[in-house]
Structures are given as structure tokens and as C-alpha cells.
Design a binder for this molecule. Structure first.
Ligand code: GAL
Length: 829
């Protein structure tokens, strides 16, 4: 067994099961945490008695975890085919939806098994298994004995397996997962798609999520830090315990210390109040972190060690003033995201998450809603580090169903347990600003729905009184009439900018949130003519136009929300649907296979920015200018035809030239039609090949920047551009390499569909490829794919060997593209 030892008294790194040197074992005895990543056996389909230790799994596939069994396909319209009427989309009759959940084979049962040798385990020790998420309906067995069941696939859960483990090992760990059909509105993923941890402690120990840290008072001179630490010990034991806590700043300097005896009140909680002098505050712009390191002693003996990373920040939601962070008013520049990582499926990967956040950061985004479920813990950690505010969401369904086999079947028994785990896991993170108890639950309209909302909010308050509760509401009239919206700390409305004034007038809170906004649809690099604003627009090729004027019957284009947010001081900001395209929910082509991934993303499924990226960037990124032109300018056959040109820019005005001829200067307006306030538009431009160019002017009228788009010639070569060229040789890290089909002059060939092949040499391996085309049925893990609108993205993964990696892309008739990457043992970011 080769597990990754992630935390222990003194050790960090990789150890090999029982081969851990005894001297090191002694030093590391207080606490050891392993990631169970390798040597798993997996089989699809139910297997009688697969939980038994003597079950023969030699023929099963060997996989590493995180693992999504369904992402390898193949795609089929019959995978989770749903004949449904989607009420929240105002549908009047049931129709057949083939791509609703992504068209991937995630339905059914899957088994995972592995051997478990637990170094250092024995009398006086405890062992816990912690699952960050398992899709879904997990039944976990140790040595044939069922130790825990957890239905909700998005939540983290843990179980003490001390009694089921044999110290002499090896032990057998088996996990049965089962996904029902018609259980989801999107692609959920399948399998052990998040990490599994093994934690070994002493009998006297701090349990999983055993600390709760708040910062009740913050000013320029000091911050009060209140740390509550739980201790568990065998029944009847009452050792004299003390907890020694040190707070370290980001540079590792100790800034506060305190040693506290165990309070006699309840016998298992330490309460420590520390003071950090001259605190540096956490914010999206300054994501400063501190760490509270606690050592638990019985007499002179170290019993446990526990680290709580935190940030110091305060926020308020105030009537008529809205949201303030550290005393400064601001509005959420947020996106909603699903959990899948495009071509990787639901299997989490740090580099993939970090890349998403890096792209969102560049857009100026400062907040994420984890729609509509608990995120992977790595995302929360990265948001702490990189500076994003989180709305952590729990449910898409309560008691009243949206889909046949959704969470409603578990709600009564599990909702409280699920909320408790969600809050306990994430309540020490500075990035978490709000909890969401649900999204568009049909219970908004049912008698008693308001009571459920109150009960769920109370549970969350009980576990964490320091943050407000919100939810995404879509049934406006019912929410007001049934006293549903008035119950919530923060009323969140989905797609209701036109009704904000009414909500403000009728609700007691004095502020409201655009919890889900826009749902504009577009395909990267695809432009349709004539250019008209439309709802539910469909085209024969199953694509949507990138002029950003198309939305759903219930949704809007970005500018409509901008106007409401800019004009109404009590709005708290918005969470756009969505940051990235995701698998499933291919609206407006829900009924038109092969569409099987979304069109809502600001970035496509490969993570390539659509034009809309620049519309948001121009508004949100206040530190770097934006100047972006659309459409592309390669339109053979459109000569002389009207081909509108839009410019998304942070500058107030610009002049457009077509082949050097001025088309006039446009300036953003402050009133009037929404688009004219946020976009510069030349609607009457006649196409002629050559070049379009804008010159942008600042507020003083000075020409400050220019941007040009040229007509492309024939596809000539493949250009490769990596997001990072220095990687970590840990077997996990990823480079995202964009492949562009270019003409001889280096212009993107914007309609190119060339089939590209990939080969990776050296210390790396090909991992996946995606082109962002929602209709594409080519498999993500095969090293070939057609370019979509001239581009695609290939993912190269490192091995455990440091060295040079070469990615080569070839295609018939094109000059090869080659790029060199370098991997090293030391961490690269
Ligand atoms: C909302 C829903 C989202 C997504 C979106 C698409 O109503 O909350 O999950 O379905 O519509 O526009």
C-alpha cells in the first residue's frame, strides 16, 4: 500500500504502509493522516458479497482515487434518458431529454475495494475514515462489517472504524455506491470522486472538524480569536488535560499563545480566547491567513495535534447599506459553479480547481456560489488562499421533488445531518461568508414550506451563529405571500431584477441578493446573423450566438442585471449562472441530442473564455483594463452584409475602423437601453475582409489602447500555449495547453475544425482533452479531438518523476505544434 501521509506530528510526505521506520513511527505517533489514493480495485455493477475480505477482486480494474467512473463514457442518448416536464423552466408538457445529465454512464452500482494496513494502529489508538464525498448512497464496509451509510453524494462524512479494524492487518475496505436514474438535473459524477482520508489518533484526541474558531472583535490594534476545541476520550476516562495553542501568521511567526486546562463544565470542550495584535485582515484582495496550532497534553504526554487555519475579517449586512467587508461596502461579483471539472468529470484535482480560480480572478470575480451542493474541501481551501468569498450551498431539493429520485427521498431523515456536516467542516474558513439552505425548492409554494426554511436556518444558526443564511428563490409571488422570503437572513432571488423594487418594499430585511442571475447562453466563437435579442433561440447546429443577446424564457442577458445592481443601492451583488460550462443541462437544446453540456458558462467546458468573459471583466476587474472585440473577422461569403461589431471594454469610449475607415466613435451611455450602457456597439458595419480595429479613449478623451482582429487565411499550423510550464512531479499536477489552429501569419482560424492528435513524451502523460462544443461526442480521455472554432485544450498530467515533458500536436495538412514543460519535485504553482 502506498498512501500519502498528509499530516502527522513530524512527518509529511509519502510512506509505504508497514515499511514505515519504527523510529519515525514513534515520532509521528500523536496523529497521522493519510490520503487513500492508490491501489483501489473498482468494478461497475453489483457484486454479491464484494464487501467480504475473501472476495476475489484480482480481475477488477486498478484505479486511483479521486475517480469518476462515468467520465470515460461512451456518451449515449439512452444514459439517464428523462421524459419530464421541467416546472421551474415553465414547461407545460413532458418531453424527452437525452442530455440532461450529460449522456454519460453514471447510473447503477459501483464497488471499490482496497487493503488497509494502518501503521501505528493498536491498543490506545483510534482510526477514522473520512470521505470528502462519494457519489452516491455510500455503504462502507471494513472487514465485511458495514460501518456507515451516507446517501447524499455531495457531502463529507466520517466514521470511527476502530472497532472494525484489526491491528495486525491487513484489513479490507469496501465501498458500494449506487446512482439511481432520474435523480439529478445535471451530471453528478460517479464513484469515489473526492478524497478518502484515514486518520489515526490516540484514544484521547480531537475529533474530525473538532475546532470552531471565530473572531468576535476586530480593530486596527487587535483581533480577539475565540477557539473552541472538542476532545474525545474513552468512557470513564478523566485525564488532566491541557491545550496549548499557538497562533502563527502567514510568515510562520508566533503572534499569540495560550495554554488552557480542560473546562470542567462539560468535560470535553476547551474554550480559548486569544488576542492577535495588529491583525492583517482577510479579503479577496488580501487573502491573509493565520494558523492556530494546538497541542493536547495529558500531563507531559502529547496526545494530539490539530491545526485550524483561519482569517481575520468582519462583515455586515445592513438595511439600505447592503454588504460590507472589513467596514467597506462592496457588492458580490460572483459566479455560480457546478462541481464538475469538464473533461475530468467530477473527479477533483487541485490544479484544475486552481486554474478555474485563476481565470475567475483575472475576470475580477470575487465570489462563488457552490451550486447546488457542498463543495469539495480543496475548493474552500483554495478560496481562502486565493481570495474568493463563498456561498456554500446544501440542497437543490427539500421535501417536494424536482426529479423522480432526488434528495426529497432522504430529506426528512438526513437534512439535519447533512447541514451539520456541511457547517462543521467549513465554518472555520474565512472565505465562507454565507450558507445557502437551498435552491429553487418547490416547497416555496407548499403549505409549511416557510416552516421548513425556518427550521433549516435555525439548524445552521445553531451550528454557526456567525454567518447569515440565504437561498436561491424563484417563485417570487409565493415567496412573498407565504412569508418564505421574510424568514431568511439574506433573501436571494434567482432571475428577478425586474422585481427587486417590489421585494425591497415588501420584505423586512432592507437588502436582497441576486443569488442567480443572467443565464445567458452562448457558444464560444459562434456568431449568428441577423443579430437580434431573443429568448429560447435555437439553431440547426445546436449552438447559441456569442453576441450575448440570447437567454431562456426565465432568464436575462447580463446587462439587465447590471442595471438593477447599479441603480438599486440595496442590492448586494450577483452570482452569475455560470462561471464555467458544466456537463448536463444543455438548455436551450434540452430536447436536442447530441447537446449534453451547458451553454450558460462565461467560460466554456474547456475553460476557454467566451466573449462574455470580457463583458464581466470590463465591469469587475478594476485593476487591469479590458478591451475586447467581437465577432471574429473571417466571413467568406458575407461581403457587403451587415455584421455588427461589439466592443467589451473598461474604457468609456472607442472608435472603430474597418480597413482603416472610421465607423464612428461610440460612448457608453448612463441611461437608456441596457446594452448601450455596458457595451460599445456598431450595428451597421458591412463586412469586408481585412481588419477591424478599435482605438479606446479614457475619460479625458485620450487615446489609450487599441485592439485589432484580422481576417484569417487557410489553416497552416498548430500553436500550443500552456497555462503553466513549470509543474510539480507529484502524479497529479496538470498543464492546460490550448491548441490553436492558425494561419501562416499567426491569426486564429476561427471556424477551423481540424482533427488534432496528441502525443506526450518524457515525464508526463496525456490526461484529457476538451473543445467546449456542447454537441461533441468524442471522448475526453482519448488523445485526439476536433478543434471547435479553431481551438481546444489538452491536459497533460505529471508523473512522480521529475523531468522534461513534451507535448506534440499533429493534424493532417498542418505543421505540428510542440511545447516543452518541466516538472520538479518541489511544488510549483
Ligand atoms: C435555475 C436553476 C439552475 C439552472 C438554471 C438554468 O433555475 O437554479 O440550477 O437550472 O436555472 O438557467
Amino acid at each position: 500500500m502506498k498512501d500519502i501521509l498528509v499530516r502527522s506530528g513530524l512527518l509529511r510526505g509519502v510512506v509505504t504502509g508497514l515499511l514505515l521506520a519504527p523510529s519515525l513511527m514513534a515520532a509521528a505517533q500523536a496523529r497521522q493522516e493519510y490520503l487513500l489514493t492508490s491501489d483501489w480495485k473498482f468494478a461497475k455493477g453489483d457484486q454479491p458479497a464484494a464487501q467480504q475480505p475473501n472476495f476475489k477482486d484480482a480481475k477488477w480494474q486498478t484505479v486511483s482515487v479521486p475517480h469518476d467512473w462515468a467520465i470515460y463514457g461512451p456518451f449515449s442518448s439512452t444514459n439517464d434518458l428523462q421524459k419530464v416536464k421541467i416546472e421551474q423552466n415553465n414547461e407545460k408538457q413532458a418531453t424527452t431529454k437525452a442530455g440532461r445529465t450529460g449522456g454519460l454512464p453514471f447510473i447503477g452500482t459501483g464497488w471499490y475495494r482496497r487493503q488497509l494496513t494502518v501503521p501505528g494502529f493498536g491498543p490506545g489508538k483510534r482510526a477514522v475514515l473520512l470521505f470528502d464525498g462519494a457519489m452516491s448512497d455510500a455503504h462502507v464496509f471494513v472487514n465485511g462489517q458495514q460501518v456507515v451509510v451516507w446517501p447524499y453524494g455531495y457531502n463529507s462524512f466520517f466514521v470511527d472504524v476502530t472497532a472494525a479494524l484489526q491491528a495486525s492487518g491487513p484489513n479490507t475496505l469496501a465501498v458500494r455506491l449506487h446512482n439511481q436514474p432520474e435523480a439529478s438535473r445535471w451530471y453528478p459524477g460517479a464513484g469515489l470522486y473526492r478524497n478518502v482520508h484515514l486518520i489515526v489518533t490516540n484514544d484521547v484526541h480531537i475529533p474530525v472538524w473538532g475546532t470552531y474558531l471565530t473572531t468576535p472583535e476586530i480593530n486596527a490594534d487587535y483581533a480577539k480569536v475565540k477557539l473552541r476545541t472538542q476532545v474525545e476520550m474513552p468512557a470513564g476516562a478523566a485525564p488532566a488535560l491541557r491545550l496549548q495553542t499557538e497562533i502563527r501568521d502567514a510568515a510562520g511567526r508566533v503572534v499569540a499563545t495560550l495554554t488552557t486546562p480542560l473546562a470542567t463544565t462539560d468535560g470535553h470542550t476547551f474554550e480559548q480566547n486569544l488576542v492577535v495584535p495588529k491583525p492583517r485582515l482577510w479579503s479577496p484582495e488580501t487573502p491573509v491567513l493565520y494558523t492556530a496550532s494546538s497541542k493536547l497534553f495529558a500531563g507531559d504526554q502529547l496526545q494530539d495535534e490539530y491545526e485550524t487555519r483561519f482569517g481575520i475579517r468582519s462583515f455586515t449586512f445592513e438595511a439600505d447599506k447592503g454588504f460590507s467587508l472589513n467596514g467597506r461596502p462592496r457588492k458580490f461579483k460572483g459566479v455560480c459553479n457546478h462541481h464538475d471539472l469538464g473533461p475530468l468529470g467530477a473527479a477533483i484535482n487541485m490544479a484544475a480547481l486552481r486554474r478555474q480560480l485563476t481565470l475567475l480572478k483575472d475576470m475580477g470575480c470575487d465570489a462563488i456560489r457552490t451550486s447546488h451542493n457542498m463543495p469539495t474541501p480543496e475548493l474552500v481551501e483554495l478560496c481562502d488562499e486565493m481570495g474568493f468569498m463563498l456561498m456554500v450551498e446544501s440542497f437543490d431539493e427539500w421535501k417536494a421533488p424536482k426529479v423522480k429520485n432526488g434528495y426529497s427521498q432522504y430529506f426528512d431523515e438526513w437534512a439535519e445531518k447533512d447541514l451539520v456536516n456541511m457547517v462543521h467542516r467549513d465554518r472555520n474558513h474565512p472565505s465562507v461568508i454565507m450558507w445557502s439552505i437551498g435552491n429553487e425548492v418547490p416547497d416555496q409554494s407548499t403549505a409549511g414550506g416557510g416552516k421548513i426554511a425556518k427550521r433549516l436556518q435555525d439548524i445552521v444558526h445553531r451550528e454557526d451563529p456567525s454567518r447569515p443564511v440565504t437561498m436561491g428563490m424563484d417563485r417570487f409571488d409565493d415567496d412573498i405571500k407565504n412569508n418564505f422570503a421574510s424568514v431568511l437572513d439574506v433573501p436571494g432571488f434567482n432571475y428577478k431584477p425586474h422585481r427587486y423594487p417590489e421585494a425591497y418594499a415588501k420584505l423586512p430585511q432592507g437588502f436582497l441578493l441576486g443569488s442567480e442571475t443572467a443565464s445567458t447562453v452562448s457558444s464560444r466563437g459562434v456568431y449568428k446573423f441577423p443579430v437580434v435579442q431573443a429568448k429560447e433561440q435555437r439553431y440547426p447546429d445546436n449552438q447559441s450566438s456569442s453576441y450575448d443577446l440570447e437567454a431562456c424564457s426565465w432568464s436575462q442577458v447580463p446587462d439587465d442585471e447590471f442595471v438593477a445592481q447599479d441603480e438599486l443601492p440595496y442590492t448586494l451583488g450577483e452570482f452569475v449562472w455560470t462561471g464555467f460550462d458544466y456537463l448536463g443541462e444543455p438548455t436551450p437544446y434540452d430536447e436536442r441530442w447530441p447537446s449534453h453540456s451547458s451553454y450558460f458558462g462565461i467560460l466554456d467546458l474547456a475553460g476557454l473564455p467566451k466573449d462574455r468573459f470580457y463583458l464581466y471583466r470590463a465591469r469587475w476587474n478594476t485593476t487591469a483594463p479590458t478591451l475586447h472585440l467581437l465577432p471574429h473577422w473571417t466571413w467568406p461569403g458575407r461581403e457587403g452584409q451587415t455584421t455588427p461589431v461589439f466592443c467589451y471594454t473598461s474604457y468609456p469610449s472607442a472608435e472603430l475602423f474597418v480597413n482603416g475607415k472610421s465607423q464612428g466613435r461610440q460612448t457608453k451611455t448612463t441611461t437608456g437601453m441596457p446594452q448601450a450602457r455596458y457595451r460599445l456597439m456598431w450595428n451597421e458595419v458591412k463586412y469586408e475582409p481585412g481588419a477591424i480595429k478599435v482605438i479606446a479613449y479614457d475619460a479625458q478623451g485620450k487615446a489609450v489602447a487599441e485592439e485589432e482582429v484580422r481576417t484569417a487565411g487557410q489553416p497552416h499550423h498548430i500553436k500550443l500555449v500552456a497555462d503553466r510550464t513549470s509543474l510539480t512531479a507529484d502524479g497529479q499536477d496538470l498543464a492546460y495547453v490550448t491548441a490553436r489552429v492558425e494561419d501562416a501569419q499567426g491569426n486564429l482560424c476561427p471556424e477551423a475544425t481540424n482533427q488534432l492528435q496528441f502525443r506526450v513524451g518524457g515525464a508526463g502523460r496525456f490526461r484529457a482533452v476538451a473543445n467546449g462544443d456542447a454537441t461533441n461526442l468524442e471522448l475526453f480521455h482519448q488523445p485526439r479531438m476536433k478543434a471547435f472554432q479553431g481551438q481546444l485544450v489538452a491536459l497533460v498530467q505529471t508523473t512522480n518523476q521529475a523531468g522534461a515533458v513534451q507535448l506534440k500536436a499533429t493534424s493532417k495538412g498542418l505543421k505540428d505544434g510542440i511545447i516543452q514543460l518541466q516538472t520538479a519535485k518541489t511544488a510549483a504553482k
